[in-house]
Design a binder for this molecule. Sequence first.
Ligand code: FAS
Ligand code: PHB
Length: 393
Amino acid sequence: MRTQVAIIGGGPAGLLLGQLLHKAGIDNVVIERQTGDYVQSRIRAGVLEQVTMDLLARAGVDARARTEGLPHGGIELLFKGARHRIDMRGLTDGKQVTVYGQTEVTRDLMQARSAAGLTTIYCASQVSLHDFDSHRPRVRYEKNGQTHEIECDFIAGCDGYHGVSRASVPASALHVYEKVYPFGWLGVLADVPPVSHELIYANTERGFALCSMRSESRSRYYVQVPTEERVENWSDEAFWNELRSRLDPEARERLVTGPSIEKSIAPLRSFVAEPMRFGSLFLAGDAAHIVPPTGAKGLNLATADVGYLSRALEIFYGDKSASALDRYSDVCLRRVWKAERFSWWFTSLMHRFPESGEFGQKIQEAELDYLVHSHAASTSLAENYVGLPLEVF
Ligand code: FAS
Ligand code: PHB
């Protein structure tokens, strides 16, 4: 088989790239190791920046996100038992985020790809990359006991943190930066109405908590747990009791509990692999970088990467110029590092760090008190949370 761009990974980055390239008349194939149902079953991000909404529109898949997504103009910070609203819309001249689950984004992209009759190879095993240091790269994979090979001009490594793409790059060619946090997020999805119409980020002496949602009848909650915690140790009742203990009295009163439809623990890490390009191989999304989910940046960084990459490939095939491709890694990493900084800062501010003791808690509370009463500090939080503008190539 031959294609112009072989995309490894059928998550949001791979699928959005495939759709953007298709819209630009660039032939592509997605190679995914799981089934489509499995990819859709993963419960992950919930908050889309306007940049992501604009890219979904460019890909022609934003209809449901626009009608079913929930526009949010503010978030609340809860500390010392009181909630303080950050008026993001007012602090950023009208910018907002849209609450719309990654599961739905993935579903919309899968449906569009299928409707366009584009090739997606699911259940591909033993995926391997070859000759991406040349102009004739190839991807091999196994399916139904047969080995297949795809000849292409470029390979997009959209296969996430544990994928094969970054692992195929010689270690000497990569510079990796990593920070692992001493805690994780225990998350629950439940068909109960959200405790508030906006997200609540809580810093409490028992640890971080987040009240989010997927719709007006489906809620997504998280509590900080120690790294060694196991999800099987948490009954629904234990989760609801712990969440309740981290809320203010009004939220505690309003909390509606019910059976979890998903419950999992996500580890938290900051990670960047530089550069994001190796010859004909371009890394995008979690394959190149990971942020702690506190700042709701993971999915939004992935979409920005593929927004840049699809534009650069359009320029290459349209103007026969490799200039934008040559700048891909630098342009992406400037945005990535700003999101890494914000996600690290917000995580450091909102979570309990066992080793920092009472003094650390008092410092966090002082910073939060300054943050919610300072126009400058609140504006900085707001403009990072709604998302920094994309650089124009
Ligand atoms: P993905 O990991 O989503 O997709 C990669 C795809 O590549 C997968 O479908 C995988 O099956 C496939 N793949 C892997 N290896 C392969 C191989 N060898 N061959 C072929 N295919 C292969 N972000 C937020 O903003 N908010 C959150 O709350 C949040 N929660 C998260 C919870 C968890 C448990 C995880 C892991 C991440 C979370 N994230 C969150 C981040 C997440 O949303 C990612 O940023 C987003 O999924 C990135 O999308 P992709 O880059 O497409 O990577
Ligand atoms: C979510 O709804 O899953 C979510 C929202 C905001 C975050 C992280 C996760 O910062």
